[in-house]
Each structure stands twice: as C-alpha cells, then as structure tokens.
Design a protein around this ligand. Sequence first.
Ligand code: MN
Length: 495
Amino acid sequence: MIKVKPYKFWFVTGSQPLYGPETILEVEENSKKIVASLNESNKLPNQIEFKQVATTAKEIHELALAANASEDCAGVITWMHTFSPAKSWIAGLKALQTPLLHFHTQFNRDIPWETIDMDFMNTNQAAHGDREYGFIGTRLGLGRKVIVGYWQDQSVLSQIASWMKTAIGVKEGTNIRVARFGDNMRNVAVTDGDKIEAQIKFGWTVDYYGIGDLVEEINQVKDEDLEKLYQEYEELYELPEEASQPGEIRDSILYQAKVELALKSFLSKGNYNAFTTNFEDLHGMKQLPGLAAQRLMAQGYGFAGEGDWRTAALTRLMKILADNKETSFMEDYTYHLEPGHERILGSHMLEVCPTISANKPKIIVEPLGIGDREDPARLVFDGKGGEAINVSLVEMGGRYRLIINEVRAEQPNKATPKLPVAKALWEPKPSLAEATTAWIYAGGAHHTVLSFKVTTEQLVDFAEMVDIECVVIDDDLNLRQFRNELKWNQAIFRK
Ligand code: MN
C-alpha cells in the first residue's frame, strides 16, 4: 500500500528525586527492560524508544516540546514506576500535542511475599503513583488512552498495538491529502461541508481540480505502460472472454487502465493519497472511473464518489489503521426486509474496494444508468463475511460526529445477474430496524467506510484524540438512551 512513515513512540517513565539516585537508576533499568521486551515481542507495529526517567516539571515540559517538534514521534507512552507527584506533569501535559498513552503496568508481575519490604514499596508504586498521575490527566481533560495490565500480557500487547495504529492515524492527518475531481454532487447535503474545519481538526488537505487536469494526464499515458498494467489485470482477475481479442470490451478495460495510470501519476505528483470523482463532471472522459478507482483503493488510496471528500479522507484514515486490509468505501444500497433475516446490501455504482472481496474479482463491462458516458469496466465480487464496522463522519455545523455501527457481514449467496457491481451484505447490530433508527437520528450518511480490520475501540480512541463526538451503535444499543446521548453531546461539543 502507499507508504506511511515508520513512526516511533516515546516511552517516558515518571518518578521523583525523593528516593535517591539508586532508585532512579533501578527505575531506568526496569523501564529499559520493559521497552526492550515490548519491541522484541513482534506484536507491535512500530518501535518504542525509551527516552528517560522524568522527575521534574522542567524535564517533562522539555520532553513534551521535543515530542511535539519531532517528525518521527507519533505518540508518547507514560508510566509512573514510583509515586510521582503529578503537579510536575501539568506544564508538560498541557503542552503535549501528540497522542498520549497512560500505560498502567508494574515491573513485577507477582507480589514477592517473602522479600517485600519498604524499599521495594518505594520503588514499585505504580498502583498509587499512576492514580496520582491519572488524576491530573482527568483534571486537565486530556483525550488520552489508558491501558492496564502486565507488560508481558498478550492482551496488553495487542491493545498497545491497536492504539499505536490509531495514534499514527492522528499523526498522519496532516499527510492526508484529498484531490477532488469536480465538486460535490449538486444538491446533496450530507457530503458537503467545511474544508477549512477539516484541516483545522484533522489536518486534512482538500484541493479542487477541474476534470480537464485529469484528462490531460490521461492523454499522456504511454501505450507500453498500458499493456503492462493490462497483463497485471489478466493475472489478478477473471476477464471476459471478449477481452482476449481487440474490440469494445478490451478497449473499455484499457481505458480504465489508462485512467488508473493517469490518476496515480497525478496524485503522486501532488502528494495526494485520496481522491473523489463526480459522475456529473466527466467532461472529456469516456467513462466514469470504476475499475481505476477500485484499483487505487486497493493500493491504499482513500476514495469516495460524488465529490464526497470527507468520506474519501475517512477511507484513507481507516486504511492506515487497517494496514490497507479489508477496508472499503461503501454505500447503503438497498434492504432485505424478510422477518428474522433483515440485511443491508451495500455497494456503489462501481467503486467498492477489492480488499473486502471473498472471491477472485471479475472484470465486467456493462452500461451505467447515469453519467451519460460509455460502459465502464469495473471489478465485480462478493464481499466477505465476518465481524465488521460501518462508519460515517458527518458535519453538524462547525463540528463533527463520527458514527460507528457494528455489523455482522456475510458473503451474499445469491447472484444478481442484472446488477453487475461488487457488493457486501450485512446485518447491523443490534438489528436492522434499531440500528437504522439510531443511524438516522444521528444523521449518519449513506456513504460510509466498511472495515473488517479497524475496531470500534480504535475509532473511539481516535475521536477522543482529535476531540470530536463519537457514537456507537452495537448490541448494547438503548434507543431512548441513544437519543438522549445525541442531545447531551450537542451541548458538550458545541464550541
Ligand atoms: Mn454514492
């Protein structure tokens, strides 16, 4: 997938001078052992670097400023080995602009019943030192993550790994750059919004280009590159029989290959990693990008249709969190309302990412009802089954609401011979009716991102890190409570 920088995380241990230099040295040795063990576990996506045992307000403040200034540091992990008076942390934590993990662990797993004495107690005080430190985080209203448990525990490692990816999503915000080919679809409300606010809040850059800029790039694609890409299609996908010889079908696929190469070249020149198209604005193009958009999504680009730049950026963000696995732009297409088997069929007119495919995708060339262009080639496949989340980010007038619905996806077992698009099928939790009621009250969009890899917890953490509202629709949904939550949140997040 398109690259994300190999970020590092800083580990800072809190202590105080009261116990003398020997204790500080022991605290440092223990911290280094923990960091080494975390790095050697092979369970974490990124390296952790031990920075220091911090004991004074000045040191902590300097560390926070250094973390802010560092291009490589995606987050700071803190742990209070001894009792560590938290007033020392106020200036530093107020200054810190990097995701913060409060790792509440303890160097020894078991209580050493036979040898435990006062010295041991002074040195190993996370049980109360981390509570003192936790208080100041809460008092300051910090959007931080708390993970509790022994540092060799597998579940602790997987929680840290998951938080790291989310922190990288926050840090990478300033590198999420969306190129919009054409504007938003005319008259559509939910996909419109404030691009400046998106940059202030998430760091996302959203730039407009006329479709003519892409057409110019398409005209420059070289035939030899086109042939090479076509061979790749033949290896990866099932192609229609007619494509084996020259003719309309082969030309249609070749045109999408051309668009893929042009889009990729255009985006990489401008450092963009997400884009939108709009079927209302295709001047000079023969087809709406279908296969081309799908192929770029498969390479890690964010995408959404109809100029929906916010969902395109969300797709890119979630692809970062998911290592580009099993994550796609999605749209609630239509319902199956058979009692007891209610399902949502998700798709888009063309552009679903093949990373969620359960089978080998087929390239199909068929007419498209809208857009008024030639029949576009697209990848057709069935979405896989499994636990997933469907996510929408909407704008509520100067502020954001992230809406997460946990769903149970299943591979569709029915063919749709007259609907030649890639599709996914899922059952929203707790039920289609309740989930959809909640979704509509929350103002959730029809455009979403479906992911089998990103977890609810990661997105809840993300929302907290960037300080936006986040609501979850899952098996614990209580509709009456949910409607109240929306009202309360409106009061809390109105800034
Ligand atoms: Mn759409």
